[in-house]
Design a protein around this ligand. Structure first.
Ligand SMILES: Cc1cc2nc3c(=O)[nH]c(=O)nc-3n(C[C@H](O)[C@H](O)[C@H](O)COP(=O)(O)OP(=O)(O)OC[C@H]3O[C@@H](n4cnc5c(N)ncnc54)[C@H](O)[C@@H]3O)c2cc1C
Length: 591
């Protein structure tokens, strides 16, 4: 089980799929050069392959263990985490003011893909710390920032995210954890949270919990939720960890995958309540939490890309070695590596194409975040913010869905050996399964896309994106290169399906929202296959122009357009014609 960062593909997707190169050339990131970016990616690739990937197996087999309230991570985990932090990787895109490197989110996204490709269970911890840094930086008081940000940025302390309770999963507004005001301005937090990732561990001396709770006089639902910072150890006057706070891990879960990532039940208030510090305003916790979750949603999409990449690498390598059957014309005494069989090639190409399309969508989302953060004028920043908001559910849901599909194809390419744990293909499949569930299930992402993101700016945000995709298709058609096969036509059709389905969705949001909700998931997939196809075509055109790796990039874009983007037509039918069948399903489900 090895992992090699696909640096050439990543760099090409960044430069030409996410348009990082033109942004760098126009000085958008100051004096940052593409050489700098490539040096960072190369070093991250080395760390991912040499430090993290070798631990993935022991992490799966031994996992995190729990005894008497103490969580012990798998052998080697602590040393790897320390080495990773010492490399400055935790604060790659964090503000320089707090000790971060201030690099673009786009570059951080590529690195996040690598950490998670090397080991999803490892990548998951920092993913939450980075989200916590964003939330504290955007909404915290100066005093809280001064006390906690630097240590979170270096990774000396980790951050967690506490939303879920037994009765409050997707429905965050149902949470019951309570916070009571104290005279000194702090709060007493009492209650129980479940499924808290890295809620307790031995990697760092302090853990900073970001906890959603309800004040006694809070309005019901999400309008009555506040966000609190609850450290495992309260700080001494000199900022070092002091007294233990009233929060503990009660147990950890036994899970299908990501065994090395402890998933904890957390208890607040055995001794009267944990001391918490308000982040932002009372009852405005959801907006602070959304800052944290949005970045985390993109990162979960990148987990899908990372695991898909790793599963593909392993499947290609196995298919080159495993011999079965013959290629046409081969002597009966010989057998061929399975990679020569068209059906195996189809599986491997599907794996590569889905991975590269999801990568392109995620990187484009990260670029929109960079433009939203750093754009020179307000209008540009707002437009970029709307683009990032539109693309985030696509990045999260499509990429995490294909993570499973690709890992499953990886098992299939291995035949029976794929079902046997020793090859590692099964672990990718098990690990990948969580990503469509946490950080808002993919069903919730689809609802978010349809009900909140499509109506942004009166539909102008989605229209402007469709316009950009259309100009890519026009450029494909204008090249007339026979190597692109039917790509132009098929992408044109896919975009037509997406445009019609988008208008249908916007009309039905007012007319009959249940019909829109019934088609939300196929609509998200339709959006992703059309957008992914266009982004791959855009990279193929760049490769043609530059004459670098043009053959393979064109072949991949063509495969996607002719084999995957064509699904858009059927998905359009599912969206606009299939809703009645969903809504009328009661009779079947009542049986
Ligand atoms: C390994 C792991 C790690 C986790 N880490 C964290 C963490 O660090 N912090 C944290 O707070 N939580 C964490 N979670 C919890 C996770 O975020 C929730 O499991 C997830 O949000 C779904 O909630 P639920 O499990 O209650 O499912 P439910 O909300 O009960 O959903 C069940 C199904 O119903 C669907 N559904 C629910 N409501 C609707 C609706 N309104 N419309 C349409 N469909 C709907 C869902 O899409 C899903 O398919 C973790 C979970 C796991 C398993």
């Amino acid at each position: 089980m090895t992992y090699h960062a696909p640096l050439a593909d990543m760099s090409f997707a960044l430069k030409y799929g996410a348009s990082l190169l033109p942004a760098i050339e126009e000085g958008f990131f100051g004096d940052l050069t593409m050489d700098d970016v490539e040096a960072v990616l190369a070093e991250a690739g080395r760390v991912a392959a040499e430090v993290i990937a070798p631990l993935d197996r022991v992490g799966d087999q031994v996992g995190a263990t729990f005894k008497d309230g103490v969580v012990t991570t798998a052998p080697g985990w602590k040393e790897a985490y320390r080495a990773w932090c010492e490399g400055g990787w935790n604060g790659l895109a964090s503000p320089t003011e707090w000790g971060g490197q201030g690099l673009p989110q786009t570059v951080s996204a590529a690195c996040t893909e690598m950490w998670n490709g090397a080991s999803m269970a490892f990548g998951l911890g920092p993913l939450l710390t980075m989200g916590a840094i964003d939330a504290l930086d955007a909404h915290g008081s100066e005093a809280l920032k001064r006390a906690y940000l630097e240590k979170l940025v270096t990774g000396e302390w980790t951050g967690t995210m506490h939303l879920t309770e037994p009765q409050a999963g997707s429905d965050v507004g149902a949470l019951r954890t309570r916070a009571a005001r104290e005279r000194d301005g702090t709060y007493r937090v009492t209650g129980q949270k479940i499924f808290i990732t890295y809620g307790e561990h031995d990697l760092t001396e302090n853990i900073i919990h970001f906890v959603l709770a309800r004040l006694p006089d809070a309005p019901p639902g999400t309008r009555g939720i506040s966000l609190f910072l609850v450290p495992k150890f309260l700080l001494n006057a000199d900022g070092t960890p002091g007294t233990r706070n009233d929060v503990r891990a009660h147990s950890i879960e036994h899970k299908l995958g990501v065994h090395a990532s402890p998933t904890c039940t957390m208890v607040f208030g055995d001794h009267g309540g944990a001391t918490g510090f308000l982040i932002g305003q009372e009852n405005a916790g959801m907006s602070a939490m959304f800052t944290m979750m949005n970045r985390a949603r993109l990162a979960v999409g990148l987990q899908g890309v990372g695991i898909a990449e790793r599963a593909t690498q392993q499947a290609v390598s196995y298919a080159r070695e495993r011999k079965q059957g013959r290629a046409p014309g081969m002597p009966a005494t010989e057998s061929a590596p399975i990679i020569v069989h068209p059906d195996v090639k189809r599986m491997l190409m599907t794996m590569r194409a889905l991975t590269q399309a999801a990568r392109s969508i995620c990187y484009a989302t990260a670029m929109a975040l960079d433009r939203a953060e750093r754009g020179s004028d307000k209008t540009a920043r707002e437009a970029a913010h709307a683009r990032a908001s539109l693309l985030t559910p696509l990045a999260k849901a499509f990429s995490s869905d294909i993570g499973i599909e690709v890992a499953s194809l990886g098992v299939q390419v291995h035949g029976g050996m794929g079902f046997i744990e020793e090859t590692g293909a099964a672990q990718f499949y098990r690990d990948a399964r969580i990503a469509p569930i946490y950080e808002g299930t993919n069903g919730i992402q689809a609802i978010d896309l349809v009900t909140r993101k499509l109506p942004l700016a009166g539909g102008a945000a989605v229209e402007s994106y469709l316009g950009e995709l259309r100009s890519i298709v026009e450029a494909v058609n204008a090249t007339n290169d026979p190597a692109l096969g039917w790509s132009g036509l098929r992408l044109d059709e896919a975009l037509g399906s997406l445009t019609r389905a988008t208008r249908w969705m916007l009309a039905h949001l007012d007319k009959d929202v249940n019909e829109a909700l019934a088609g939300a998931t196929p609509y998200l997939r339709l959006f992703a296959v059309a957008a992914g196809g266009c982004l791959l075509a855009q990279q193929a055109l760049a490769a043609l122009r530059l004459n670098t790796d043009a053959g393979s990039r064109i072949a991949l874009a063509r495969f996607f357009a002719e084999n995957i983007a064509v699904q858009a037509a059927a998905l359009e039918r599912t969206v606009v014609e299939g809703a009645a069948g969903v809504i009328g399903a009661e009779a079947v489900l009542a049986e």
